[in-house]
Design a protein around this ligand. Sequence first.
Ligand code: FE2
Length: 277
Amino acid sequence: MAETASIREKLDDKGFVILRDFISQDDCARLRKRAEELIDDFDPYSVRSVFTSSRTRGTQDRYFMESGDKIRFFLEQGAFAPSGELKQDKALSVNKIGHALHDLDPVFDEFSRAPKIAELASELGYQDPRLIQSMYVFKQPRIGGEVNFHQDATFLYTDPVSVIGLWFALEDASAENGCLWVMPGGHKAGLKTRFVRDDDGGAEFVTVDEGPLPEVLLTPLQVPAGTLVILHGLLPHQSGINMSSRSRHAYTLHLIEGTADYPADNWLQREEPPRGF
Ligand code: FE2
């Protein structure tokens, strides 16, 4: 691929693009501080029943399914001891915050709608880019669980497929602390599954294409804080367990094309349509 290839051409070629120093260390610190403040204001006991109830399926489903246009805190599995107390400090019990930080929190809104990100969206070929989802992922030291192998278009499907993930490293990411792992070129095999609403108020995976993924080894993306990783919506990727004593914070933002059809059975639904920049 020629050096002069556009970002879009690079993304279509390999399925991901790495842009080091896309954001400043000050930006990283600002977002980390804001996430800390949000956690300070969050009362984990207000959601204890969601994460401990034996009827969890229904309660957890609702908490998750309604989070598309809210700021909700998702705790690590087993965050609560049987006594009902948190096993560790609440700042270390949160797995992620999602899924509308970019709309509802002023700091994340300003960051997500910065001119350089709007410019990037048009370089990526969007006519009418919409910010559909944001997540702050903590990947806590020693307990940060893995995120299973998936394609983002499984969760944020449009017709035609248009989702692109912007993954901002807010701390250094390495194989030890649970960096991203990608399957270079794997996006060319097309969409394998969709995650759609079911009749019980939850959502389930349905197969779109049973064909196999290419046999390509996964590559770890070990990147320093400030790096932006752009992920094609069909690129298979995952992140590992954090086995280190360091956290690995990241902020992710997902864009879709406003002119594409957004089905009513996608898991993520909002009261108001997603806004652009
Ligand atoms: Fe993803």
